[in-house]
Design a protein around this ligand. Structure first.
Ligand SMILES: [Zn+2]
Length: 307
């Protein structure tokens, strides 16, 4: 915690800070190859087929309790991906998935159940920010048909190409009649804090949640900067990295575009220079709950876990 946030809108106006809590919710467990998480010199197809080194991967999404209503950052995974043989329509995807991930998922991991255990009504979610369109971040959109789903224009453009499923973007679960997708364009800013980034998007217009383009994992991946007085700033980084330390050390994972990832890593490290207390929180980092708790002065989240 620090108190170097005098410029942020808050309590000085007699208003409570806009965000009551940031919560890290668990929606299942998986394993991935070591080479996937930490990078490798061996070609991707080699480790997908031949690596026997599996490491645990937590599946998580985030709930921001904003006074205008609860906001999600990503929507978890649909456990039907393991129970429904037809969930992935392409045979190649059904063949490859278990060679890339080993899932441990149950019905209790669907976001309506996860939110219920966290004491939040799924029908109250008005906005979900989608870091990128992979199935483990978009699996809950069918449960929140009332919500605006914010995605970057660049990410959405992948769907207009012939084979988005080759990038694990499953059109059949995204382009559904109930989903209220809102493509966002990043707009230029003269705020020196964001120098180097290709524009920003202020989610609710109060500066508390700022979206930043951080491509590389996918071409339109974004991160969300959460700031409010009394808290250390938090960057929800999606899958830009699997752990903050890897981004610090410039270690790119075994997937994504390495050069684009390194360029985004560099921008985030500059942001951290400007905001030295910045907590960089990756979606699949086991330390996510601890990092958020430390930044906000709350107790680490436990309510969203099923064990
Ligand atoms: Zn992911």
């Amino acid at each position: 915690m620090s108190d170097a946030h005098a410029d942020l809108p808050t309590a000085g106006t007699g208003l409570e800070p806009p965000i009551a809590a940031v919560r890290v919710l668990n929606c299942g467990r998986a394993e991935q190859h070591r080479e996937h998480r930490f990078g490798s010199r061996t070609p991707r197809l080699w480790w997908v087929f031949f690596s026997r080194k599996w490491v645990p991967l937590p599946l998580q999404f985030f709930l921001i309790e904003h006074r205008d209503g609860p906001v999600l950052f990503d929507t978890g995974i649909d456990p039907a991906i393991t129970s429904d043989k037809g969930y992935i329509s392409q045979a190649i995807g059904r063949f490859l998935l278990p060679r890339i991930f080993r899932f441990d998922l149950g019905e209790a991991d669907r976001i309506d159940r996860v939110l219920e255990r966290a004491g939040v009504a799924v029908g109250d979610i008005r906005t979900a920010v989608i870091s990128h369109l992979h199935f483990d971040h978009t699996g809950g959109i069918a449960q929140i048909p009332q919500a605006d789903l914010l995605v970057s224009e660049r990410e959405w453009s992948i769907l207009s190409e012939p084979h988005p499923e080759r990038e694990w973007i499953l059109r059949e679960h995204l382009e559904t009649p109930s989903a209220k997708w809102r493509q966002i364009a990043f707009t230029p800013t003269d705020d020196p804090l964001f120098d180097g980034f290709d524009g920003i998007h202020d989610v609710l217009g109060d500066g508390s949640m700022i979206l930043l383009p951080t491509p590389g994992h996918t071409r339109g991946s974004l991160s969300m900067l959460i700031r409010q007085a009394g808290w250390d700033p938090i960057l929800l980084a999606g899958d830009l990295t699997y752990e903050a330390a890897l981004l610090d050390q410039d270690v790119v994972p075994g997937v994504g575009e390495a050069e684009v990832l390194r360029a985004s890593f560099a921008k985030v490290r500059v942001l951290k220079k400007r905001l030295p207390d910045l907590a960089i929180v990756a979606s699949h980092d086991f330390a996510a709950a601890e990092l958020v708790a430390r930044a906000t002065g709350a107790a680490p989240e436990r309510g969203g876990t099923r064990d």
